[in-house]
Design a protein around this ligand. Structure first.
Ligand code: HEM
Ligand code: HEM
Length: 179
């Protein structure tokens, strides 16, 4: 087993805070109450910190470590289809696309949520519909995200959820390393 440090504390705290706060606002809080807005703004704050960290953070946290890469994404899908075990130390190419999708969607949710509180956009139907549609899209994305994480973990033998908790990936020696 190779024992490799991948996720720094900021990435891990960001991830699990986002999970708890997003789920709270999507499932629990009353949108008419202030708590919903406060939690929503904390989510936006987390995303902004993560974007900054994507520019100046540790190696695998940086966007330059997981750029949107269609060719690598197709290679990863081919690996999945053919059963070839190629492990990515940081985010996988498919995972990277999901991360950009989730970050952008959270921003759309936050901005449309804020707009509903302004005089100019209060009561305007399309803003509310945008907020709700973005939340639904985020929920669908999260389902795919979780299924993909579990599938990729079983396929490669690397426990990805545990790595997001401990910061370390345990990689079987016989696995091939992707670039
Ligand atoms: C509301 C639910 C969730 C949201 C919004 C979410 C969002 C994200 C985001 C934004 C990242 C990128 C992390 C970064 O680089 O900063 C990520 C990565 C990750 N998430 Fe989640 N996540 C959710 C639920 C979960 C759950 C329940 C699990 C565990 C089963 C999980 C496991 C992971 C793992 C393992 C990674 C790293 C993937 C990799 O190795 O490339 N996530 N998630
Ligand atoms: C993680 C972020 C957020 C999530 C998951 C979320 C989720 C939701 C959901 C599920 C609804 C209910 C829609 C319905 O009535 O069917 C809603 C409504 C609402 N949200 Fe958010 N929201 C978030 C952030 C925000 C923010 C940042 C604000 C404002 C600062 C905000 C303001 C509102 C308002 C005013 C409504 C009520 C719309 C109405 O029924 O008139 N939300 N949100």
């Amino acid at each position: 087993m190779l024992h490799k440090k991948v996720w720094d504390p900021l990435v891990r705290v960001f991830h699990w805070s986002l999970v708890i706060l997003f789920a709270s606002n999507a499932l629990i809080t009353d949108p008419e109450k202030a708590t919903h807005r406060y939690i929503g703004y904390v989510v936006v704050g987390l995303i902004l910190v993560r974007i900054l960290w994507g520019l100046v953070g540790t190696r695998h946290a940086r966007f330059s470590d997981f750029p949107p890469d269609p060719a690598a994404t197709i290679r990863q899908m081919a690996d999945m289809a053919t059963g070839r075990k190629r492990v990515h130390l940081g985010h996988t190419p498919l995972g990277a696309l999901m991360i950009y999708n989730l970050i952008l969607t959270m921003l759309v949710i936050g901005v449309s949520g804020y707009m509903m509180t302004t005089l100019r956009f209060f009561g305007i139907e399309w803003v509310k519909e945008l907020h709700e549609a973005a939340v639904t899209w985020a929920e669908i994305s999260v389902v795919f995200h979780i299924v993909a994480v579990i599938w990729e973990s079983m396929r490669t033998g690397v426990n990805l959820p545990r790595a997001m908790v401990t910061g370390y990936k345990d990689i079987p020696k016989e696995s091939l390393m992707a670039e």
